[in-house]
Design a protein around this ligand. Structure first.
Ligand SMILES: [Zn+2]
Ligand SMILES: [Zn+2]
Length: 875
């Protein structure tokens, strides 16, 4: 009985069915007790607020290709999925919902608000995980994690308390970036610096005791002058020799401030004198520390002026700026105001301009954690792919500053520190405490802040496996095998995972970090909502089929470059899926339910035709190349290799050639098609399973079938060369036929001019294929080209070909055709000439490449000579 599949491939019907079946059969589940080698990837946990965007789909496709292949290669694979609670982002979402109801989080109170966030998480938090399933990601859902899970929260506490005990977490009053809208501290990484058109105000501060003398300073934030505690000049700046150590009178506040010397001042900028506001500028903060200057906070957390701002107290910072300038102008203390473009920090979440403020926060002392993390990359325990990302990593790590980890939010891991109301002791504890650790007083309160969301995601490689418990999973699956991520979170996340893992697991979290590009549109523009060029991945999966989208993304994911997605790509990979489907339908025409998949041994004993031996050799070369590419994370190369084989060799040639002897070729046909499906499976999981289940196969699912391995015994370089010649010959005959408008039903006789016995034998052996595919009725071997003026001529790999067209062509058309071909070859020769006379190329290119170019040039010269002769003959 024949197996039937539908006439056209219907992804919608196929995809959901197989995914549910795979999942319910537990094919994606890792086994902590397996003795097979493990292959582990932790998914970069998407934000719980998120829904799948095209960047996730690239990231997940790459991971899935790697994981599916390793699973097929027999590894005990774990791809662990999960989500990040995404502190500030999630809190903002729920706050916006409340705002729509006319409420703030303070109306609800902390407990009710957090309940509400959990409620929201329950409803919509799983969206992205369902979407990840939808695109075929073979995650082990039995091990799904959430950064606010009980287990992961325990890990967070353990890390916090150990770091505190080691003196690596401290509480301090330091300058931090503050978002007055979100009302929370931000790390340097959560602050985005954007160019802003601002003004530079030049202010004059009177010199005390010398009426009419002033020092001029410049600032973009004149309202901060109310908190100035000095003016600084460079020690070597002679202009200020008489003023150094002197005193100025701070206008508006009438406060005496010193003139100090500091190397940090750039004498070439402006007047060489700068105002120093330690409470509102990071450079000034450090200068203040060096000179023991007062820190006067004049702007509060709400971006309003504080009581320290005197008459300006209570004003918004924007209003205060206007009033300060107006008052200074009234006193003649503004010398000029000029336009000025500079970078200003904005809150990464809400876009509000951040205010550098003095604030008491929790910090991680980072240097002792950063040093081992730098060494781990230096000595190759962690490798970036492509390698140039290591440079970016080092640059950041060498300049790393203490990490402010407390956030004035309610959604997140609450800081496990309790303050005593009686003796002011701070108790930091792994478990909740009810009494002060020093005086035993019950008058204590827990710190109301939560931790930066990246604190918990930094523990992801091991907290997900049950750490700090010594679990079976931790033993089996730590460290992981590779981290796959886009380059925009190297610092936020990758660096922190490396630091925390080295500290707490004494081992790097993964040997490889594969960094892929961001997705851009067909015009290479970054996708953004405001540009309106965002591609919805699920929309295109519906439209083109998930396999086609996955293949397109993998095909474009060359390491080190951004990924462009256009409709043309998607269109052409949908066509590829159709091609695969049609190949399956063709094969099923010859297959009965009684047919079995031949083993390699059985195959070798069967009656292999010339083209069978050829396709087996090509298949093996493809397997070899694809595996080599995948081992190097060159997914785009592997995809290209497999595509080329499947479409241009298997479908275009092999399937056509064996129409002459389908029964004889059936074992090879089944063997090659089944292998090709397995080769393709990591890229196109759905269509490959659907077809694999329809043809003879061994095993339960292609998910667990063996990934094709290179078998050198099937390679046959000589046959590959021969079929290449046959293909070229047929192509040339077809070209001549179409250019000369030979009716398709008419057969042509051809003449081949050669004295090469190997070619003569080949023409004999391949005669039937040439006849069928070239619509040829006769092949004559001649020793030299004839003088037949009405024969179209072409050059094929070292010999010449004639197609007598006496009844069909006029000499003019033929002359034009040959001239055109001669010009084309002339251009090739010119190009190669240029390349080969470029000394830089000769010196730098690999030897084989130079040799290959020389060989091609010689070939072209020979062809040009033959064409010239042919054209002359027509004249
Ligand atoms: Zn904000
Ligand atoms: Zn106490």
């Amino acid at each position: 009985m024949k197996v039937e599949i539908s006439k056209t491939y219907n992804p919608q019907e196929v995809e959901g069915r197989w995914y549910a079946w795979w999942e319910s059969n537990g094919y994606f589940r890792a086994d902590a007790h397996s003795n097979r080698p493990s292959f582990v990837i932790m998914i970069p946990p998407p934000n719980v607020t998120g829904s799948l965007h095209i960047g996730h789909m690239v990231n997940d496709t790459i991971q899935d290709v790697l994981v599916r292949r390793k699973r097929m290669q027999g590894y005990n694979t774990l791809w662990l999925p999960g989500m990040d609670h995404a502190g500030i982002a999630t809190q903002n979402v729920v706050e916006r919902q409340l705002a729509a109801e006319g409420l703030t989080r303070h109306d609800l109170g902390r407990e009710k608000f957090v309940e509400r966030v959990w409620e929201w998480k329950k409803q919509s938090g799983g969206t992205i995980l369902r979407q990840i399933r939808r695109i075929g990601a073979s995650c082990d859902w039995s091990r799904e994690r959430f950064t606010l899970d009980e287990g992961l929260s325990r890990a967070v506490r353990e890390v916090f308390v150990s770091l505190y005990d080691d003196g690596l977490i401290y509480r301090g009053n330091r300058l931090i970036n503050w978002c007055p809208r979100c009302m929370t501290a931000l790390s340097d990484l959560e602050t985005k610096y954007l160019p802003v058109d601002a003004k530079l105000y030049h202010l004059r501060y009177p010199v005390k005791g010398r009426p009419g003398e002033f020092v001029e300073v410049a600032t973009t934030r004149p309202e901060t002058m109310l908190g100035d505690s000095a003016v600084a000049v460079h020690p070597a700046d002679e202009r200020y020799n008489g003023l150094r150590g002197g005193t100025l009178v701070l206008p508006l506040m009438n406060r005496d401030i010193p003139v100090i010397s500091d190397d940090a001042v750039d004498p070439k900028f402006g007047t060489g004198a700068v105002k120093v506001t330690p409470a509102h500028d990071p450079v000034d903060f450090e200068m203040g520390q060096r000179h023991s200057l007062q820190r006067i906070s004049v702007i509060g957390e709400d971006a309003k002026m504080t009581a320290e701002a005197g008459a300006y107290s209570g004003l918004d910072r924007v209003e205060a700026r206007k009033r300060v300038i107006a008052d200074l102008e009234a006193q003649g203390l503004v010398s000029r105001i000029e336009p000025f473009q500079h970078n200003v920090g904005h809150c990464d979440r809400c876009g509000t301009i951040v205010e550098p403020l003095l604030s008491t926060q929790w910090f991680v002392k980072i240097q002792p954690l950063a040093d081992p993390a730098i060494r781990a990359v230096e000595d190759g325990r962690v490798r970036f792919v492509p390698g140039n990302w290591a440079k970016t990593y080092f640059e950041w790590m060498y300049n790393i500053r203490d990490w402010c980890i407390s956030r004035q939010l309610w959604w997140g891991h609450r800081i496990p520190a309790w303050y005593c109301g009686d003796c002011s002791e701070i108790t930091v504890s792994r478990t909740d405490v009810t009494a002060c650790s020093k005086c035993g007083s019950g008058n204590i309160r827990q710190d109301s802040d939560v931790l930066d969301t990246w604190f918990s995601s930094g523990l992801w490689p091991f907290s997900t496996l049950g750490w700090p418990e010594k679990t079976e999973d931790l033993k089996a699956f730590y460290p992981g095998s590779v981290l796959v991520t886009a380059y925009d979170i190297i610092f936020f996340w990758v660096a922190r995972m490396i630091m925390f893992s080295l500290k707490f697991m004494k081992d790097a979290p993964f040997p490889d970090v594969y960094i892929h590009g961001l997705v851009r549109d067909a015009d290479k523009q970054k996708m953004s909502k405001s540009k309106g060029n965002v591609i919805d991945p699920l929309g295109i999966c519906d439209q083109y089929g998930t396999d086609a989208v996955r293949f397109a993304l993998a095909r474009m994911a060359a390491p080190g470059t951004d990924i462009t997605v256009s409709e043309d790509h998607l269109e052409s990979y949908r066509a590829f899926a159709t091609k695969i489907w049609n190949a399956g339908r063709f094969i099923l025409r010859y297959v009965d339910e009684s047919d079995r998949l031949p083993s390699l041994a059985e195959l070798k004993q069967s009656d292999l035709s010339l083209v069978d031996r050829w396709i087996l050799s090509r298949l093996n070369r493809t397997i070899q190349e694809a595996n080599a590419s995948l081992d190097q994370y060159q997914l785009h190369e592997a995809a290209r290799t497999i595509y080329r084989f499947f479409w241009h060799e298997f479908c275009d040639w092999y399937l056509e050639m064996i129409k002459l002897h389908p029964e004889q070729s059936k074992p090879t046909l089944l063997y090659v098609f089944e292998s090709a499906l397995r080769l393709l499976h990591p890229f196109m999981p759905f269509i490959t399973e659907e077809l694999w289940q329809s043809i003879p196969h061994k095993g339960e699912t292609i998910v667990l079938a063996e990934y094709p391995e290179f078998g050198p015994e099937l390679l046959d370089t000589r046959i590959e060369k021969h079929i290449e010649i046959v293909q070229e010959l047929i192509t040339k005959v077809r070209n001549i036929r179409s250019e000369m408008n030979v009716e398709s039903k008419k057969e042509v006789a051809i003449r081949v001019a050669t004295t090469d016995a190997e070619i003569v034998d080949l023409l004999e052996e391949a005669r039937a294929y040439i006849f069928r595919l070239g619509r040829v009725s006769k092949i004559d071997v001649i020793s030299a080209l004839s003088a037949d003026k009405l024969a179209a001529q072409a050059v094929v790999a070292g010999f010449a070909l004639e197609v007598p067209l006496a009844d069909l062509i006029d000499a003019d058309a033929e002359r034009a055709r040959l001239t055109k071909e001669a010009e084309k070859i002339r251009r090739e020769i010119d190009g190669l000439d240029r390349t080969l006379s470029n000394t830089r190329f000769i010196e730098r290119a690999p030897k084989e490449v130079v040799e290959e170019n020389r060989r091609r040039l010689a070939d072209y010269r020979e062809q040009a000579a033959k064409l010239t002769a042919a054209i002359e003959r027509l004249n």
